[in-house]
Design a protein around this ligand. Structure first.
Ligand code: BGC
Length: 758
């Protein structure tokens, strides 16, 4: 047996997978007794069956469609399924499990409920831009209410992967680049899904994914290799998973990627030593889609070996590969696998079912009345609209917004009347036909005869790309008119108008899984439209729908206003209309840096200073010859129709002891003409450390509403915890010395003060 010296060392090397660690003996709980008794009655086949998680139903995300699932359920070869929902469909499968199998063990029903179940909320990256934790929690709660009314008891969310490369399409599914904010959002989402009591019929098991470091794929290319220092893992990438575990997340999904030479799905160092032993996670681990069979392609061995390593590493459930049901028994018989691993994994599956109350009532989450009342009710749709409005980020405004109904407005663009894209990716149960388009939102709420609509261009013209996206349901078509005719029409509409509002962006299939892009600008045909419109000399408002930071240098240089609306969900069109016409004053702030060009990536605000920080006049400093070091829009950035001015920071003390609390106070004044909401952000820098520290790190924020002309004083409390990091010996500690504290409207425009920790 090889002992694992430490989790960290093991994460950096291939960890040997030796004998099993027995769970610690404590006083058995009711659940322990129940599960132990049940396990004692189970055959090896029945136990292995519990570890099988096939897909059945509406959609799949990988190459293998699970076959003959009903038959396997009847034979006790399935522990849970995913992609099936609606009370009717779930009832049918659950009936098979609890009437046809010997031990009548109910099934888990999972689904990718990522940003709402049937009522679709803005994409996670958009929700994070609200910087409104209670609101984010409410959306997760609403999603859980709907999902659980629709037969589901397990959601594959939240995705808490820190993402600093906007080429990666899955940045749309997460909370952006920041560790501290990402951790807060992870906690809020887990609480929203699981509530205080998992056994209630309106709470569901959350699944934290993708463990771990999936967002750090080299080059932003999905599923790609991750190679990372232990320090960076601990400091930047792992904390949001830990926060979700600490919030009580009932399950974790292991990730597709390798980390420093070991695929995460085969990493005992990750899934057992770190997750369970160090962090104390007691729940269920499932693999990602076909991840076990993919271990063979990673090159760790043949199919049986992949199954053996995945189980021993700590994956309790095998999602879609069906390697567990095909190989584990043979491995046990060949004495290559200790049956105790199967017992332990099975125990965790049964425990999850116990916690959900499924042994009391396997139909607990199947309720037609609840489905009728909960799903897409007025309250949830109103929440969707509110979340969409709060997620919108005003990137530029040259005094052209808000609009008014007296203006002649030319609405132009393939996304003006579009509904298909509004609900974004990962909205499988959402009905896009129920989405409210920008055109409908504007005309229903701000009617006028002075508006015109012209399409202006196709969403994309690139036929190869279209074909690839359409294969997965993008529903893209080419207009019968030629691109030149479409542009001409738009130009003439713009010429007749006072202002053009141009709604452009990415197809929703250009973001999400397997949607990495090497060029993150607007598609070329959309840029051509913008250039032609610019030549009219009319003011132009660009309304964007997309799921990642885009490169928008030309747009920022040439257009009058830019409004980032992401994919806002079912009520996006109304929310966008409210922002455009000033009923809702935009308050969203970016949670990912927007680069000026692709070459700047990776670019994130909490960078290190280097020994030669940029000096434009000095050749030998850290910079590019052809682009500034600064991003186009920094982390935390977002404008308002109001104007917020920050006074100087006043600190309660200039010198603190480790046991002290420090307060930092600023006064913010709304010097503009509109009432508005501001998110004030607090960052900290440890000036000298035993290891180098980032130039700033977010440690707090406050949202506050200020009427025009009003001032408010806000106070942030800081303590030693906010100053801690992994020191030169990887000890999590705060080091004495000088600290800077910054408060301001984004990570760039900040007031500064300093204090000293004794
Ligand atoms: C994705 C997961 C998802 C799973 C099940 C995978 O391809 O990576 O995020 O939960 O499919 O649909």
């Amino acid at each position: 047996m090889i002992t694992r010296k430490s989790t960290l060392i093991c994460l950096m090397t291939i960890c040997s997978l030796g004998t099993i660690a027995q769970p610690k003996k404590a006083q058995p709980s009711k659940m322990d007794k129940f599960v132990t008794t049940l396990l004692a009655r189970m055959t090896l086949d029945e136990k292995i069956g519990q570890l099988n998680l096939p897909a059945i139903g509406f959609d799949v995300t990988g190459p293998i469609l699970s076959q003959g699932v009903e038959g396997k359920i009847e034979k006790g070869l399935v522990g849970g399924v995913f992609n099936t929902f609606t009370p009717n469909a779930v009832r049918k499968l659950q009936e098979l499990a609890v009437t046809k199998t010997r031990l009548k063990i109910p099934l888990l029903f999972g689904y990718d409920v990522i940003h709402g179940h049937k009522t679709i909320f803005p994409m996670p990256i958009a929700l994070s831009a609200t910087w409104n934790l209670p609101l984010i929690q409410q959306t997760a709660r609403a999603a859980a209410e709907e999902a659980s009314a629709d037969g589901l008891n397990w959601v594959f969310s939240p995705m808490v992967d820190i993402a600093r490369d906007p080429r990666w399409g899955r940045v749309a599914e997460g909370a952006g680049e920041d560790t501290w904010l990402g951790s807060q959002i992870a906690t809020a989402m887990v609480k929203g899904y699981q509530g205080d009591d998992l056994s209630l019929n309106n709470t569901v098991l959350a699944c934290v994914k993708h463990f771990a470091l999936y967002g750090a794929a080299e080059g932003g290319r999905d599923y790609n290799t991750v190679d990372m220092s232990e320090r960076k893992m601990m400091e930047t990438y792992l904390p949001p998973y830990k926060a979700a575990v600490d919030a009580g997340a009932g399950s974790v999904m292991s990730s597709f990627n390798e980390i420093n030479g070991t695929p995460a799905a085969a990493s005992g160092a990750l899934l057992t030593d770190l997750l369970r032993k160090k962090w104390g996670f007691k729940g269920l681990v499932a693999t990602d889609y076909t991840a076990i069979v993919e271990l063979t392609k990673h090159g760790i061995g043949d199919v049986p070996e992949a199954g053996r390593q995945a189980l021993i590493a700590g994956n309790d459930m095998d999602m879609v590969s069906e390697i567990y049901i095909n190989e584990l028994k043979k491995l046990v018989q060949a004495k290559k696998l200790d049956v105790a691993y199967i017992d332990l994994a099975c125990r965790r599956v049964l425990e999850a079912k116990y916690k959900l109350g499924l042994f009391d009532d396997p139909y607990r989450y199947v309720n037609e009345d609840r489905a009728a009342n909960e799903i897409m009710n007025a309250e949830k749709l109103a929440l969707s609209k509110r979340a969409a409005a709060e997620s919108i980020v005003l990137l530029k405004n040259n005094n052209v917004l808000p609009l008014n109904q007296q203006q002649k407005i030319a609405f132009i663009g393939p996304l003006v009347q579009d509904k298909r894209n509004l609900i974004g990716s990962w909205s499988g149960a959402g009905d896009w036909t129920k989405a409210i388009s920008v055109w409908a939102g504007v005309n229903e709420n701000y009617p006028s005869k002075k508006y015109t609509y012209t399409k202006g261009c196709n969403l994309i013209d690139d036929k190869d790309l279209m074909a690839r996206l359409n294969r997965n349901g993008a529903d893209l078509t080419l207009d019968a008119k030629s691109p030149a005719d479409m542009i001409d029409e738009a130009v003439s509409a713009a010429k007749k108008a006072d202002i053009a509002v141009v709604v452009l962006g990415e197809s929703f299939m250009m973001t999400g899984e397997a949607a990495s892009r090497s060029d993150i600008g607007l598609p070329e045909n959309q840029k051509a439209l913008l250039k032609a419109l610019k030549a009219t000399g009319k003011p132009i408002v660009l309304v964007l729908m997309n799921g990642r930071p885009l490169t928008l240098q030309w747009e920022d240089d040439n257009l009058n206003a830019i409004v980032e609306t992401w994919y806002g969900g079912h009520r996006a069109g109304e929310a966008i209309a409210d922002v455009l016409f000033g009923k809702y004053n935009p308050s969203g702030k970016l949670t990912m840096t927007f680069p000026r060009n692709i070459g700047q990536i990776p670019i994130y605000y909490s960078a290190k200073n280097t020994g030669r920080p940029i000096d434009p006049n000095e050749k030998y400093t850290s910079k590019y010859l052809d682009v500034p070091n600064t991003p186009l829009y920094p982390f935390g950035f977002g404008l308002s129709y109001a104007k917020f001015e920050y006074g100087a920071i006043s600190l309660s003390k200039e010198v603190i002891k480790a046991t002290d609390k420090l307060t930092a106070t600023v006064t913010i004044t709304n010097t503009g003409k509109y009432d508005g909401e501001e998110t004030a952000q607090l960052y900290v820098r440890d000036v000298v450390g035993s290891v180098t520290r980032p130039v700033k790190e977010l440690k707090g924020f406050k949202k506050l509403f200020l009427k025009a002309g009003e001032s408010k004083t806000i106070t942030f409390a800081l303590d030693v915890y906010d100053l801690k990091f992994y020191d030169i010996n990887m000890k999590y500690t705060a080091e004495p010395g000088e600290f800077q504290v910054f408060i301001g409207t984004n990570s760039r425009d900040l007031q500064t003060a300093t204090f000293r920790l004794l």
